[in-house]
Design a protein around this ligand. Structure first.
Ligand code: PGA
Length: 249
């Protein structure tokens, strides 16, 4: 089996003003530089307002940048939106798509997400596609694996490039709640996600996200099926984020 390089992604959501955000970028960069050579990848996804300034801070370091969302079009009369190519211009290599906060608060459908995945890959970005079951879906009796596989298939464009795809398993009930599935359950859903792609799945990195912190990351990272983490609130503190990152090494 091909060894997949692990990946840790910081999802800062709508946190980080100009000064505080850039201090956080620099603190994380400093830790990454001190730990060189890294045997895992590090991606920071700040709010779009910080991307340009952050790209200067990460240049020439092991830290890469990502976006949190994009429009499906390359350009056009779409007030307030940002295209994937615009993020590529700013030095982004990755983009989070299909996060449950966008599926929920912005009503993003699987179909729309599939279009965004296609647009982002065309712009040269590697997509971190989020999937995960809600508590209500679980209560209705379906298995997390079935829910997630169905959502995943529906969120992928026909011509998806698996070489530029990462999937993040993020149970919606685990995001920002302090709750989590057991490491065993995470491993079995991650495995099912990988199997969705057949042979191509061997190289697709499948992350876990949802209330990851320095105390629980080790037991989850001990599972071969977990190729890294997508971290929300714990990524807003450089020491905490790096303590999780080190579990990926
Ligand atoms: P959390 O968020 O780590 O704060 O639970 C994860 C995410 O939403 O990606």
């Amino acid at each position: 089996m091909a060894k997949r390089r692990r990946l840790i992604v910081a999802n800062w959501k709508m946190y980080g003003r100009l000064t505080s955000g850039l201090v956080l970028v620099r603190d994380i960069v400093e830790k990454a530089e001190a730990a060189r050579p890294l045997n895992f990848d590090v991606v920071l996804c700040p709010p779009a307002t910080l991307t340009w300034a952050a790209s200067e801070s990460v240049m020439g370091t092991p830290v890469m940048l990502g976006a949190q969302d994009c429009h499906t079009a390359t350009h056009g009369a779409y007030t307030g939106d940002i295209s994937a190519a615009m993020f590529t211009d700013l030095g982004c290599r990755y983009i989070i798509l299909g996060h449950s906060e966008r599926r929920g608060a912005h009503g993003e459908s699987n179909e729309l997400i599939a279009q965004k995945v296609e647009a982002a890959q065309l712009a040269g970005l590697t997509v971190i596609l989020c999937v995960g079951e809600t508590a209500a879906e679980l209560e209705s009796g379906a298995s997390a694996t079935d829910i997630v596989q169905k959502q995943l298939r529906a969120s992928l464009p026909k011509n998806v490039k698996t070489a530029h795809l990462v999937v993040a398993y993020e149970p919606v009930w685990a995001i920002g709640t302090g709750q989590q599935p057991s490491p065993e359950d995470i491993a079995s859903v991650n495995k099912a996600i990988r199997q969705t792609f057949g042979e191509a799945g061997e190289t697709v990195r499948v992350l876990y996200g949802g209330s990851v912190n320095p105390s629980n990351a080790g037991a989850i990272a001990a599972r071969d099926e977990v190729d890294g983490f997508l971290v929300g609130s714990a990524s807003l503190n450089a020491d905490g984020f790096w303590a999780i990152a080190e579990k990926c090494g």
